[in-house]
Structure formats: C-alpha cells, structure tokens
Design a protein. Structure first.
Length: 110
C-alpha cells in the first residue's frame, strides 16, 4: 500500500505502544481544546495533568476493546483516539442505553 506510512502491526512492540499512547493523547487533547474554546477552562491549567492521566487510562481501555473485537492497524488507533476524546464519562453515557437494557427489566439505575 503506497500511502501506508505506519509500520506493520505486530503485537506489543515499541511502535505499537507509541502509536496507542499518541492516539490517546491526541484524542484527549482535542477534548481539552474544545473545553478551552467553550471557555470552561484555561489552556494551561492543572486540569491538563488530569487529562494526561485520563488519556493513559483510556489508552488501556481502548487497547482492550480493540483486542476484544480484533481491530488492527489504523482502525485500532482511531477507536483509541475516540475513546480518549470521550473519556470515562462519555463512554458511560454512550453505554448507558445498553446497560439499562441488560439490567433487570430495563429499569435499573446505571
């Protein structure tokens, strides 16, 4: 593939770790930029440190989701970036309808 500049996906090598981390940081940085544009926070603040911690956690969650569904290559990095952008709260709101349906009778609090 002439346009493919990524190294081949080969499991858990250093390139894989770098790309997963980079995808998560870029995804979370886009959320941070959105919050700055909405004037909900300053660009340089202590919240930026929490965003880095959330990015690391969501990188692990995203890697687990991708492994579970067997996603590889650029799709894997896109899923990790989107999950990092959503963060834990966004993922919870995204999964809420499914979790309600699987709870007792569909009326449980999630």
């Amino acid at each position: 593939m002439p346009g493919n500049t990524l190294p081949p996906s080969g499991g858990s090598g250093w390139w894989e770790i770098i790309y997963i981390t980079l995808a998560a940081i870029l995804g979370r940085a886009s959320w941070h930029a959105y919050e700055v544009q909405q004037k909900n926070r300053r660009f340089l603040s202590w919240l930026l440190i929490t965003d880095l911690i959330i990015a690391a956690a969501m990188a692990m969650v995203g890697a687990g989701v991708c492994d579970y569904y067997g996603l590889e290559g650029q799709v894997k990095y896109a899923v990790i970036g989107v999950l990092a952008h959503l963060g834990p709260g966004g993922c919870h709101h995204l999964a809420k309808p499914f979790l309600k349906r699987w709870s007792k009778g569909g009326t449980g609090n999630v």
